[in-house]
Design a protein around this ligand. Sequence first.
Ligand SMILES: [Zn+2]
Length: 378
Amino acid sequence: MVDLPQLKSALFLKEFKQLVQEGGLYVVNRFDHQKSMADLGVGEVKTMKHICPNCEKITNVQHIKADEDITVKGERINVPAEYYKCLECGGEFDDPKSNHDPLAIAYKEYRRRHGMMQPNEIRELRKRYGLTQKEFCKLLGWGEVTLSRYENGALQDDTHNTILQLIKDPRNLLDLIELQGDFLAEEKRKKLIGLLKDAIEETYTFPSIYSEHFGKYGPDILSGFKKLNLGKLFQAIIFFCKGGILKTKLCKLLFYADFRHYKNYASSITGVRYVHLKFGPVPDRYSYYFATLENEEKAISLDEINFGEYVGEMFYADKDPDLSVFSNSEIKTLIEVKEYFENFGAGKIKDFSHKENGYKETYDGQIISYAYADDLQL
Ligand SMILES: [Zn+2]
């Protein structure tokens, strides 16, 4: 047997089915359906016998599915709506147990349109760093229940949303913890700072920033039909630095390796663009790459050598290159280029590179197209 309060809260067919399965046959007998309950699916049935909470008895009700406009901060958002209408008293009622919540759907859509964080994202952000809602609010200077409201679906106000967006960046959250995290237990604070520093290291390594900013071009004829591949570029640099190499020569070897590979296999190795500079072709933004390898990756080190007339910058590899990143043709090309220029000093290779058509036909600062690779002297 099923009692009335239980029935009132089970206005959805699905739950009726469940009640039936649990032995509430009493309910089924009261219904005047042609079909058995098991055959009925939501959406198929428009009119049915159902408990009306107003009439407090079983009446004919309509299950209505429609669209509804909900206004959120002056913006109209169309959401699907679902409700019941009693044909006896005209009363409309929702299914109290249904997950269908038009306002929640409207808020979700509003947040999506405006690039705002969703409640689950807010909760995940907080939990990632092991903070309680109370601690999180205190850190941000918010009222104690604010975060709980947001995590449960309330629409965050614009200022709060801006702050949430800012602390999604672990660098900002770290600043905040260091400035205002005194109230946290010392051990928790330390652990949190450790977590944040790891997250920062993972997310904001130099290579990832470079890829983000400088890797956006290509693949096209200026990059040898390849997207910038920092892994290959870095390993090629380390490969050439083995045993020591002057910076100007290093730039040329990279140029020859990429252009020669393009000439023979129709694609560059690293996806780097090369620029016409006074001393010959050099990788675009080479100084960033060299500095990253030196300071961040600790893979090469720089030594200044006095040649009397000028000071030369000499790079040494502090690691072995990882050649597994390259294809066979790429390794072959790197070795050929290194061997070809084995006995070339910086001056000789500079003069040699100045004879390249790709160099002669471009001007200072211009990107040298890989189309010139066909004319390469080697
Ligand atoms: Zn009614």
